[in-house]
Design a protein around this ligand. Structure first.
Ligand SMILES: O=P(O)(O)OC[C@H]1O[C@](O)(CO)[C@@H](O)[C@@H]1O
Length: 446
């Protein structure tokens, strides 16, 4: 490999700001291993191979996903609801929230609220209060159908809905997204006659954003889910090449693995847009649950720049050197130009009263915020690199559903390869059970 970047279909992975830490011959040495991993993923012969049904999902999505049904349900909800309540935790809500908050709901969208992702009574009370007097529709999402937080939230909301709308009308307003056969939620949905959407077998929560789990809420927000699936389809194409030097998902996996071998045990996903916060949360679950096992794995965390440069920036520049960053940079057309301040508080012609450069920022007048943000990004990756923090940069050309679908799939594919590079099963999460069992046994005693 000669360059420090790989651009395919306008997604670019750039490791220029890792050059003090990664030499391209080290990357080249991953070629054979990546070929082997590619085979394990695509032939489904590796660890956890029964959970790889997300892999080809975008390829013929019209066959594997009930897109028309999802769109019809979404249109019905959009025409009737003031509030759409998404109940779920982890992979059963974060992907949808990431897309909705990043792409921003359109004007015809109901307000979208989230429940079932924690147990705080203050929060639940506030959501309940905000439903009063409004038309409410509910999507309860749980693959297992028995996770504590969404189950408790759904019981609370069922009680509210049945009291408020009557049992019959309540059941017309509830959609359950769950397993096609098993689980308490499936049994309840059958008994009550709720509309159901099936989470395909062989797809774990954190790999499910492009299934009905994510697609119904995303469609309710007004996003074109076909565009998103088309983006994922393109990502399938460009990440289904076994060659490391042509496949951006494998490059990202190999770069992370090299950095881990060099003691960089913490990865910060950096974005420069506060609407990308849940995208970072989705990425955190994806990599955290997939890799953190058997005493291995990079600890994934996220930061929102430039905001967090004023809190974490000091540590990143000069603290313990166990960090690397992955910046996701998006081009945007949604820009704003820094205005001038051509006012005068005194008499016309009175030079003393000309305050237009009071803040010393007139040199930036007429410049766009996006360009200023870009300079902040470029200045920051360089400074952090000087401080011993390597930076991988992933760039995308536009903020839209197509490129978000592409990015979701890119990360999932990369994560599968990353897990195999580490030698772990990237599709299970046995460690989550310990806390769950412990909490449940305590709850039985209160
Ligand atoms: O969809 P479910 O079964 O409620 O699970 C929600 C989340 O909980 C976990 O099982 C871990 O607690 C995640 O892997 C999953 O995304």
């Amino acid at each position: 490999m000669k360059e420090y970047q790989l651009a395919v279909e306008r997604i670019e992975v750039n490791w220029n700001y890792c050059s003090d830490f990664i030499k391209n011959h080290e990357l080249d040495a991953y070629q054979a291993k990546i070929h082997q991993i590619h085979e394990q993923i695509h032939e489904k012969t590796g660890l956890g191979n029964d959970a790889l049904d997300w892999l080809e999902l975008p390829l013929n999505y019209e066959q594997s996903i009930p897109v028309t049904k999802i769109k019809e349900l979404a249109e019905n909800i959009r025409s009737k609801a003031d509030v759409f309540l998404v109940i779920g935790v982890g992979g059963s809500y974060i992907g949808a929230r990431a897309a909705i908050e990043f792409l921003r709901p359109d004007n015809n969208s109901p307000e979208i609220l989230y429940l079932g992702h924690h147990l705080s009574p203050r929060y639940i009370n506030e959501v309940l209060a905000s439903l009063e007097g409004r038309q409410v529709f509910v999507n309860v999402i749980s693959k297992s159908g028995g996770t504590l937080e969404p189950s408790l939230a759904f019981r609370t909301i069922r009680s509210f809905m049945e009291e408020r709308f009557g049992k019959d009308e309540a059941r017309r307003r509830i959609i359950a997204t769950t397993d096609g056969e098993k689980g308490k939620l499936k049994a309840l949905a059958d008994k009550e006659g709720y509309e159901t959407l099936v989470i395909p077998d062989g797809i774990g929560g954190r790999y499910s954003v492009l299934t009905p789990v994510g697609l119904l809420p995303i469609a309710v927000s007004g996003v074109n889910i076909k565009d998103m699936l088309n983006g994922a389809q393109k990502a399938y194409e460009i990440t289904s090449i076994p060659d490391l030097d042509k496949n951006p998902a494998y490059i990202y996996a190999a770069l992370r693995h090299i950095l881990l071998q060099k003691g960089k045990q913490t990865e910060i996903l950096v974005t420069y847009d506060p609407f990308a916060g849940y995208l970072g949360e989705w990425w955190k679950q994806l990599f955290g649950e997939s890799e953190g096992k058997d005493g291995k794995g990079i600890f994934p965390t996220r930061a929102d720049f430039t905001t967090d440069l004023h809190s974490l920036g000091q540590y990143i520049q000069e603290g313990s050197r166990h960090l690397f960053a992955t910046t996701v940079w998006w081009e945007t057309e949604d820009d704003l130009v820094l205005p001038g301040l051509n006012y005068s508080r005194g008499e016309e012609g009175d030079n003393k009263s000309n305050h237009e450069n009071d803040d010393g920022l007139t040199y930036l007048q007429g410049k766009s915020f996006h360009e200023i943000n870009r300079q902040a990004f470029l200045g920051t990756v360089q400074a952090h690199n000087w401080g011993g923090v390597p930076n991988i940069v992933i760039s995308l050309p536009e903020i839209n559903s197509y490129y978000l679908g592409l990015l979701f799939y890119f990360f999932m594919k990369s994560c599968a390869a990353s897990g195999y590079l580490l030698g772990v099963n990237p599709f299970n999460q046995p460690g989550v059970e310990a806390y769950k069992q412990n909490v449940l046994s305590r709850l039985e005693q209160i």
